[in-house]
Write a protein that binds this ligand. Structure first.
Ligand code: EPU
Length: 415
């Protein structure tokens, strides 16, 4: 049975083939988009993770009916009500902020509690609010509830920063606009592109008119749709790092190698041998792990969601490494835990300097999703038995991470 603590016995090489789950960060915005549909929707390859369950809980409160078995999610949003979603629901999950756009569009007004989520820095909603207001909505926050009002969304708006969530919210708010909406400087992460693809499949009229600019022509109705959630590029990257750090050889199935090209490139820079076909990637340790420098950034730069995992890999390199985090203001909490395992790390503002280190087991914990995964990975190479606590964060985004590592030969037990 899954518990919130594991003991990892370090020193086993990972070997074998596993499949990659469906993408968390594609599923969550698509669940929000689904509120725009009055018809039934079927989503396949949906990861059964606690963030998805939390989002479905909130949606049930609005009247969503669903069945979710074997990664197939059948949704019926034909009879939604415009209930206010209190922060009791929304403080469980950051992505709850994505409900604002579709609910505003469907009802002309809505109230959604301020969101929660992982503690990786201050995560305001100013880009979302600014966009809504420029497109004609009125936003005010009262007693912890974000209220949005506005019946006619229209206009030409340039995002101050290509925020993933703000882009998704503004797109969802604009699907039923009466003329057209142009959004400039949008995020173009694969998860955003998939959401646009899903909406267009349902009959939305969204087209790119420049590289980071889309035009959304308003439509009257969306039609029933079936959609396959694409693979999770961050789970894929996490498993590749785990394979490399243990000096193993692992193949991932069912992935889109082009979506993780920057991760593959960094792993190659660090000495891994990587071969890929259309939907498979194999990583093989090739005699050395070299240090490297990483700077996180918006797509197609290196994803912030992979820096915690790489920080562990960097401790096993033969030369020094550096990580510069430019997306979140406080995403180095895992490094304090890594130091407990004897890692040689120094942090100056948003830059972490990581030197070759011999990790030795102790008790550590997760503080956020990717940080928890990185602690489990650290346990795979630390000498002795590492106990990793607070894994409820891991389960927010990884459906069967521990099981996959065990299948590949890791020695991990739930405690
Ligand atoms: N930001 C603002 N104001 C806003 C919106 C964002 O200042 O109104 C800041 C954020 O605080 C952050 C930066 O802009 O410092 C980027 O935020 P963005 O809005 O792009 O991220 P998000 O939509 O909140 C999604 C993913 C994150 C991922 C980021 C960046 C989902 C549900 N979450 O968050 O995923 O790190 O994009 O790619 O899609 C994860 O999976 O571990 C995770 C945290």
């Amino acid at each position: 049975m899954k518990t919130n603590s594991v003991i990892v016995n370090g020193g086993k090489k990972l070997k074998g083939t596993v499949s990659v789950q469906g993408s968390k960060n594609t599923t969550l915005p698509i669940l929000a988009s689904s509120l725009l549909f009055k018809n039934k929707i079927i989503l396949r390859n949906v990861p059964d993770i606690t963030d998805v369950r939390a989002m479905l809980d909130i949606m049930s409160h609005l009247g969503t009916k669903y069945s979710f078995e074997n990664n197939v999610l059948k949704l019926d949003n034909s009879e939604l009500t415009n209930n206010v979603i209190s922060d009791e629901f929304t403080n469980k999950i950051r992505a709850s902020s994505l409900l604002l756009g579709p609910l505003l569009s469907r009802f002309g007004r809505c109230g959604v509690g301020m969101p929660g989520g992982c503690s990786i820095g201050s995560r305001p909603l100013n880009f979302h609010f600014d966009g809504f207001e420029h497109l004609g909505a009125n936003i005010f926050v009262k007693e912890g509830i974000v209220n949005a009002e506005g019946n006619s969304i229209n206009g030409d708006y340039t995002l101050e920063f290509p925020s993933v969530g703000a882009t998704q919210n503004l797109v969802n708010a604009s699907i039923y606009n009466k003329e057209s909406v142009i959004l400039r400087n949008i995020a173009i992460e694969p998860e955003v592109i998939s959401m646009l693809e899903f909406l267009n499949l349902g009959g939305a009229d969204i087209e790119f008119i420049e590289r980071n600019t889309i035009k959304i022509n308003g439509i009257k109705e969306l039609k029933p749709v079936e959609y396959q959630i694409p693979p999770d590029r961050i789970e894929a990257g996490t498993l590749l790092v785990a394979a490399f750090v243990t000096k193993g050889e692992v193949t991932l199935k069912g992935i889109k190698p082009e979506e993780i090209s920057v991760i593959i490139q960094k792993l190659e820079d660090m000495g891994a041998k990587i071969t890929n076909t259309e939907d498979k990637v194999t990583l093989k340790y090739n005699g050395e792990i070299l240090g490297t420098n990483i700077r996180t950034g918006v797509h197609p730069a290196f994803p912030t969601d992979m820096q915690a995992q790489f920080s562990v890999l960097m401790t096993q390199a033969s030369t020094n490494s550096r990580i510069t985090e430019t997306i979140f203001s406080n995403r180095f909490r895992h490094l304090d835990e890594l130091m407990k395992l004897n890692a040689n790390v120094e942090v100056e503002k948003n830059i972490a300097f990581i030197q070759p280190s011999k990790l030795s087991a102790c008790r550590v914990q997760g503080y956020d999703l990717r940080g928890s995964a990185s602690m489990v990975i650290a346990g795979l190479v630390a000498k002795g038995s590492t106990r990793v606590n607070e894994l409820q964060y891991l389960y927010r985004g990884y459906e069967s991470f521990i099981e996959k590592l065990r299948f590949l030969g890791a020695e991990i037990v739930y405690v």
